[in-house]
Ligand binder design. Structure first.
Ligand code: TMP
Ligand code: ASP
Length: 258
């Protein structure tokens, strides 16, 4: 493999310099973390599935006019993306109570929220990504009011679209996390959707059985993580029924490299 300059390594992905200025290569690892990296593990084959799932979702979002960083998938674990300046805010959209909101507000997991909630978390691992309000975001200049307006609009639009997409394949979109970035055209900055959309950053429950098909399987030691991610890919039509071709290929390569 040719040596490329690594730009950044996160918990689940690595960014490398891209082939042209203004582009990056986003590499999906099998590493999984939870609870601000207090829990660490590997989900063999996860990176391959997330790369494919995220490609699919970003492509569909692009088709309905949501600007994204996605350019194209390059191979099993990599995609070409537009380089952007990440807004240091994690945007969480919730339709159903689960996870931290259930804990913080004493809500029963599974409670359908009377309306969709958008929350913001300041991206800072050392602080454990604290929840913040738009007041904090404006006060500390993490994003402008106009940018926050665009971000909230896009988040709602993405939620509406994804809720329908997943409902169509028997999955309840409980909550999910988005990240946005800035692209500069001369002096003008515009907001685009960045990062990934995959079972790592979404809660996805089977509509009939309530089974968790996302990273909560890892967080809560439920087992069957990769099978759950595969099930999401399969329902989205990305894996042939009854076959795990994508994963088998990944496993094959990995084992060969050992
Ligand atoms: P939470 O209930 O733990 O706040 O998580 C809400 C959603 O955001 C859930 O789908 C998982 C996702 N998420 C991330 O992708 N990264 C994170 O660091 C956190 C805390 C949550
Ligand atoms: N808190 C993140 C999650 O549970 C992962 C992490 O911060 O290590 O999705």
């Amino acid at each position: 493999m040719t040596r490329r300059r690594q730009i950044y390594e996160g918990k689940a992905k690595i960014l490398y310099e891209g082939p042209e200025p203004g582009t990056l290569i986003q590499y999906f690892k099998d590493d999984a973390t939870a609870f601000n990296a207090q829990k660490k593990g590997t989900i063999s084959g996860k990176g391959v599935l997330n790369n494919r799932i995220s490609e699919h979702v970003f492509t569909l979002l692009g088709n309905i006019g949501v600007p994204t960083h996605f350019i194209r998938r390059l191979n099993m674990r990599e995609q070409l993306i537009r380089q952007c300046e990440i807004v240091p805010i994690e945007v969480v959209i919730r339709n159903v109570a689960a996870g931290s909101i259930a804990k913080r507000l004493g809500l029963e997991e599974g409670l359908q929220l009377p309306r969709t909630i958008i929350e913001y978390y300041y991206k800072d691992d050392a602080l454990g990504d604290p929840i913040v309000s738009e007041e904090h975001i404006a006060c500390f200049g993490w994003a402008s009011q106009d940018e926050m307006h665009d971000i909230a609009d896009m988040a709602i639009r993405i939620n509406d679209f994804l809720t329908g997409l997943f409902a169509g394949v028997g999955i309840r979109l409980v909550d999910f996390k988005l990240e946005f970035g800035r692209i500069y055209d001369n002096d003008y900055a515009r907001i685009i959707l960045a990062d990934e959309i995959s079972p790592d950053g979404c809660r996805l429950w089977d509509m009939t059985t309530g089974e968790k098909l996302d990273k909560d399987r890892f967080r809560q030691d439920l087992g069957g993580e990769v099978e759950a991610y595969q099930e999401i890919a399969r329902r989205l039509g990305l894996l042939p029924e009854g076959e795990n071709t994508v994963l088998d290929m990944a496993e094959h390569r990995k084992n060969r490299g050992k």
